[in-house]
Design a protein around this ligand. Structure first.
Ligand code: NAD
Ligand code: ZN
Length: 376
């Protein structure tokens, strides 16, 4: 048995207003006047001086605003890297990502691709990155994905949606300033927060669970309940605790794995472009068979916060699209193995999922979800 030797974020700062220390934190990392810091900033903050006036630019430093209508693509990473190489005579001193999971993942991927040959798609998978990334800093402005602590950056490539999982992916520095999340709209707060809740459920109910994952997963789960179920926290405490839930949820899956909801949500995202948080919610809502107690609680949280999930999003999918969705979901083998066990292929096969006469609960889950019941 060989155990994973897991890399961690080397430095982290936590506290309301800690974002003000960004400048002093990164200043010693400047390599030269010609080697800029590049700030990738979620474009929701464009024209928002409350945040942007606190980013101090020197020499050739640059802010690049990142739109978040779509999740990151490998081609987008290649383009950003090419633009940076063409614009600056020296390799940047560092990349700073300020935003949600999309911006954090883009910051990680660009910092890797600035020191590694070829295209981002070549590195989708596990441990394919050869050279250390440049210095990179993550500053989440919404809580839930755990991207701030994880060893992956999730990208959609020409063939698949898969992370660049590597020892060089985690941030060198993270700034956890819960105040930055104060203007997140309620629905998005719920979707991204539920990503954290689902990380905990899938980790805690998975076959890969161990004491390391469990200790973080249980803490994150309890924090999610404080934030989303019990009604006792001040707004500030709620923001603080959700930010720490995200961190712990990320730590929990680091040493275990996610499960059925994530596998199926990746399928949705690949074919329909459904975003991660809402996609997980849409899927999780249908997974009573796998996670009965926690889906029930999810439904209660949904109604408590007046969240209405879209329905029927797969109603018009063709047979081919349905097949692609199923294949993308099933290609994420470690997720199924974690959820069901080593012999998962005996119960969850493409044939079974496609065979409409098969009375298999996983089959019904797929059919209900992916075809809006129209095949049953
Ligand atoms: P996101 O990055 O899409 O952000 C959601 C929305 O919230 C965006 O419209 C954004 O502009 C807005 N937003 C962010 N901060 C805000 C603020 N302070 N005020 C107002 N609006 C704000 O969503 P997300 O759920 O954080 O991230 C999803 C992405 O993260 C996906 O691409 C997913 O694949 C990835 N992800 C990565 C990991 C990982 O470990 N690397 C884990 C889970 C998810
Ligand atoms: Zn997730």
């Amino acid at each position: 048995m060989s155990y994973k030797n897991y890399p961690m974020v080397s430095r982290v700062i936590f506290g309301r207003g800690s974002f003000n220390q960004l400048d002093e934190i990164i200043a010693p990392k400047r390599l030269s006047a010609k080697a800029p810091f590049i700030f990738f900033v979620d474009d929701v903050f464009k024209g928002n001086p409350w945040l942007t006036s606190r980013i101090s630019l020197s020499y050739k430093d640059k802010i690049i605003y990142i739109p978040t209508t779509e999740e990151p693509k490998t081609s987008q990473i290649d383009q950003l890297v090419e633009d940076i190489i063409l614009e600056f005579s020296e390799r940047p001193s560092g990349i700073i990502g300020i935003g949600g999971g999309i911006v954090l993942d883009i910051a990680k991927a660009v910092s890797i691709m600035l020191t590694n040959e070829g295209e981002a798609k070549d590195y989708q998978g596990w441990d394919l990155v050869k050279n250390p990334a440049i210095y990179h800093v993550g500053i989440p402005t919404i809580s839930g994905t755990g991207s701030e602590v994880s060893r992956t950056t999730v990208l959609t490539g020409p063939d698949r949606k898969l992370g660049i999982n590597s020892d060089y992916t985690p941030f060198d520095q993270v700034i956890l300033d819960p105040e930055l999340t104060k203007d997140v709209p309620t629905e998005q707060w719920f979707y991204t927060g539920m990503d954290c809740y689902i990380h905990c459920i899938e980790s805690l109910n998975g076959t890969f669970l161990n004491a390391f994952s469990q200790s973080y997963g249980e803490k994150a789960y309890d924090l999610c309940l404080e934030v989303f179920v019990e009604n006792k926290l001040s707004t500030e405490d709620s923001q603080d605790k959700l930010m720490m839930a995200s961190w712990h949820g990320g730590m929990s899956i680091a040493y275990s794995q996610v499960g059925v909801a994530h596998a199926m949500s990746y399928g949705l995202s690949y074919v329909l472009g459904t975003k991660h948080g809402i996609g997980n919610c849409i899927v999780f809502d249908h997974l009573e068979e796998f996670y009965p107690k926690d889906v029930k609680l999810f439904k209660a949280m949904k109604s408590k916060h007046d969240i209405e999930l879209p329905t029927g999003i797969c109603a018009d999918l063709s047979e081919t699209e349905l097949d692609i969705m199923i294949n993308v979901a099933l290609s994420l083998e470690p997720l199924w193995e974690n959820a069901i066990g080593k012999k998962w292929k005996e119960t969850i096969t493409p044939q079974k999922l496609r065979n409409r006469s098969q009375e298999c609960y996983s089959y019904y889950t797929f059919v209900n979800l992916f075809s809006d019941s129209s095949f049953v």
